[in-house]
Design a protein around this ligand. Sequence first.
Ligand SMILES: Cc1ncc(COP(=O)(O)O)c(C=O)c1O
Length: 488
Amino acid sequence: MDTSASPQALWDICPDVRDDESTTTSNLGIRQTFGGRVLLAMRSPTLSQLEPSRATYELHLEQSHNYARRAADAIAGGVNSNVRLSGQRICFASGSGSKLTDIDGNEYIDFALGMGPTILGHAPPPVLKAVEETLQLGQLFAGQHPLELELAELLTRHIPSAERVRIGLTGSEMVQAALRLARAHTGRPGFIKFEGQYHGWFDNVLVNHAGPANDPVEGLPFPVHLQTPGQDVSSTSHTYVLPWNDLDAVRRFLKDNSDKVAAIITEPVMCNTGVLAPRDGYLQGLRELCDQYKVVLIFDEVITGFRLGLSGAQGMFGVLPDLSTFAKAFGGGFPVAALAGSAELMNLFANGVNHSGTYNSNLVSIAAGIATLQVLADDNGAAFERIERVGQSIIGGIREAAQRHGANLKVLGYGAVFHTLFTNEPETYDYASYKRADAQRQAVFLDALLPLGVRPTGRGTWFVSAAHTEEDAERTVRAVDQALSASA
Ligand SMILES: Cc1ncc(COP(=O)(O)O)c(C=O)c1O
């Protein structure tokens, strides 16, 4: 262990965990993993010296760790979504606007935003009010309610390709509904998905979003990498994995295999690996190939929808998919999701294709969706302008800090969602080029931000909400600067 780092700081962070499982050192300091928990000791200055104006701001997580120990005896793994198994196990007490407070009393400027949904910040008053107002009306009717039509009309107004919608609760199920429609429409069994993209946790799509990158010269489609024990291999037998942002790969594959392919599903901006923009003409090229081979084009806008603007990535890039999936941002933190598409495809649900769900269009979710969309649409989309402005302040500040420190820290993406990574690549445009970034430096950098009160997602993606302010941006950039100066 490098003794120039401060072991004391390490124990201050987590005083009651002593079983060292792994230790790595980097320019930033020491990173240790204890039973899945990651702790960081800064090299110099120590954590308490990093932000003189808040000299006492160290991460004391005693209550969180006590919670984690209790939770492990009641909840499998202590968490209710596997994504939360990695990184710091922080137990939160509350969220308000751009801030989260944990049960030890630490406050964070939150850029995880529930992994994207809370686009208006935590506990947004207009959404809470709308939800409260519907509570007295009842929750579930196993029938229709005028509010669900109001939400559907808002969705069809804002989403350029939406002639019809279906409303559900999660992105994962909307993806499955989209794939089912595509199979029903084409009579073909398979679909193309792209390496590094995530479309939910169900067996047929949970492949190749993590793990080693493949090389197209070794053949297409890529070998399927299952991502979990217990996954049904047979359910992936019609899943064809290709590299993203490589139109020629899709063209070559479809030329010989289009009779097996019902759909191409893609995140229009790859937000589950970095935040990688489509190359010029790529989405349009997919559209043309789909038209040529009568394949259904599905945009998975679970992250980009109502985050990159009211009309999503499809509006931003001017390419219309046949079907698109939405969740996260449009519920403002409440569980609501949608599948949108052409009348021809969507009306198959009225002609034999099954899409069901007990809790679909429950009033709480519907009210939250309507209120969120109304706030986002108010004043000609002023919320998006604010998000973009604050996000760009942070991006600009991070880039300047990186330059000052001579760090290869790059920022990819947009004001509303961006990604930080340490890379010397001239262009990060697909999973393989992303995997060449320095993952260890990234982890140490992200860990260094937490004690400074800044919380991006554990993978380095930053979501910005309408509640983030210029002051948050300044504090965040200062924290980034301080985290980087620790490695000088
Ligand atoms: C692009 C994309 N599609 C689908 C999903 C699955 O959505 P959910 O977690 O709501 O099931 C996610 C979740 O992160 C996602 O990012």
